[in-house]
Write a protein that binds this ligand. Structure first.
Ligand SMILES: Cc1cc2nc3c(=O)[nH]c(=O)nc-3n(C[C@H](O)[C@H](O)[C@H](O)COP(=O)(O)OP(=O)(O)OC[C@H]3O[C@@H](n4cnc5c(N)ncnc54)[C@H](O)[C@@H]3O)c2cc1C
Length: 447
């Protein structure tokens, strides 16, 4: 008798942990990803800012899963699903399935203004990280070049040394604080004609506070720490335009020095242009098109609305997990206390991991013909956001704190969840060196 075929699309947190949890199960698994590697996104900003290199936060899916005999890995981009014939469509082939797990994550959302992506790159993939690092380093190089020429105008140099981040969620805050420290420490003594420490880091957020999904007290602490690092924070400010010349921002409450327009030549604050050569996007995200592939109901972010067992309505054989799924579930905190109300799963790694494991367990029960587990529930371990080298904020739900202890927990958690012993070891060594020397290792510009 042939084994039931489980096809997993996406080898990110959700897909990879589902695949691992199916090890030894009486099924044959095919994991399909358009990239041949698993990427540990939480540390991607460290690649974008030259602390780590790409291979330290990623690993080939094929080698991660090489010991699982019931799993095949396929490099390919899925373009659709035929739910009648039960096949996944790739460019050249159709792959049949009995169970399908969709774990295709998200992409950056430029709110219908895709042309902004050319000017203000977002941080999702390794190539984004390389592009951003090159953009930032090149800005310093050009500023040095201009400053070395006697005819250079101060305004052109200021423009090159101004870095704008749109969006003050976890990624925007991480990037802003790291860029600030990079310019004040790692690059401080590398240039003879410019003062890298004078780089201006501007952070814009539509919501009234940074880290809007965190408790107010932690947002306030994060903002204070950002300001100590000399990051200029503009909250309640919506960016409404980005073009080759910059961006436009319109806040509901516009403080006197709030920016109202930004372009590749700079930004305009209160009608006065503030030059900025580098604009980085860390605002909204949109789910992958997986919902369209299966013609299923989605929320306004394009996430597939799933049942309490993470199956897709009318398709008990299809599951959606992680960032591409709209999952509402009860949670328990670290003390085991159950939430009063079910909550929408946040777009972070833990729900994706736990959902992947849950669906694998459900499939095992279904294949064995035994009573499946109850609805998915989330073990909510809380949230951690880093704000600079040794400062973080931690919301463990029953306990909130900030500073070095929060950073220590952040570091331990991130090392623990990195895939592979070698990656853990090298990242620890790099962090140690960066801590001691205050320098960034990866500063070579691509040709
Ligand atoms: C810069 C950044 C920083 C973050 N920091 C944190 C953090 O500190 N802590 C935290 O918990 N979370 C963080 N997150 C969020 C976290 O990374 C995501 O919530 C998590 O990766 C979701 O897992 P997933 O499996 O749903 O999707 P992903 O991990 O995004 O994986 C999706 C996979 O699907 C593949 N794929 C997509 N489309 C196709 C297709 N058509 N065909 C084949 N394959 C396809 C992709 O190549 C990818 O491998 C961060 C995210 C980003 C972008």
């Amino acid at each position: 008798m042939t084994k039931p075929r489980v096809v997993i699309v996406g080898g990110g947190f959700g897909g990879l942990y589902a695949a691992r949890a199916l090890a030894g199960a009486p099924v044959s698994v095919m994991l399909i990803d358009k990239r041949n590697y698993h990427l540990f996104r939480p540390l991607l900003y460290q690649v974008a800012t030259g602390l780590l290199s790409a291979d330290e936060i990623s690993g080939p899916l094929r080698s991660i899963l090489s010991r699982q005999n019931n799993i095949d890995v396929l490099l390919g981009e899925v373009t659709g699903v035929d739910t009648e014939k039960r096949v996944v469509r790739l460019e050249q082939h159709d792959v049949p399935y009995d169970f399908l797990i969709l774990a295709t994550g998200v992409q950056y959302n430029y709110f219908g203004r895709d042309e902004w992506s050319r000017i203000a790159p977002g941080l999702v993939s390794l190539s984004d990280a390389d592009r951003i690092r090159a953009k930032v380093l090149l800005a310093f190089e050009r500023a040095e070049e201009l400053a070395a020429l006697e005819s250079a105008q101060t305004t052109s140099i200021q423009k090159l040394l101004t870095f704008v981040l749109v969006g003050a969620g976890t990624v925007g805050v991480e990037m802003a604080s790291t860029l600030a420290e990079m310019s004040r420490m790692a690059l401080a003594h590398d240039f003879h004609h410019i003062d890298a420490r004078s780089a201006r880091i501007l952070l814009y957020e539509t919501a009234p506070r940074v880290l809007p999904s965190y408790p107010e007290v932690l947002s306030a602490k994060a903002q204070r720490h950002l300001e100590q690092l000399d990051v200029k924070v503009y909250t309640s400010t919506r960016v409404t335009g980005i073009d080759a010349d910059g961006i436009t921002a319109n806040g509901q409450r516009v403080p006197t020095d709030t920016v109202t327009s930004i372009d590749a030549d700079g930004i305009i604050a209160n009608g006065q242009r503030v030059p900025a050569a580098t604009v980085l996007w860390a605002a909204g995200v949109l789910a992958s098109p997986a919902g369209r592939w299966i013609n299923s109901a989605t929320d306004k972010s394009g996430r597939i609305i799933v049942n309490s067992d993470l199956s897709v309505p009318d398709h008990p054989e299809i599951f959606a997990i992680g960032d591409t799924a709209h999952v509402v579930a009860h949670s328990r905190n670290l003390l085991g206390i159950k939430s009063n109300e079910p909550m929408l799963m946040p777009g972070v790694a833990q729900p994706a991991i736990q959902e992947g494991r849950y669906v694998a367990r459900l499939i095992r029960y279904r294949v064995a013909g035994t009573k499946p587990p109850g609805p998915f529930w989330y073990w909510d371990k809380g949230d951690l956001a880093i704000v600079g080298r040794t400062y973080a904020v931690a919301d463990l739900r029953f306990l909130r704190f900030s500073g070095f202890p929060a950073w220590l927990i952040w570091a331990v958690v991130h090392i623990y969840f990195l895939i592979g012993f070698a990656n853990r070891f090298f990242v620890l060594v790099q962090w140690g060196l960066a801590f001691l020397t205050k320098r960034r290792r990866v500063r070579v510009l691509p040709e």
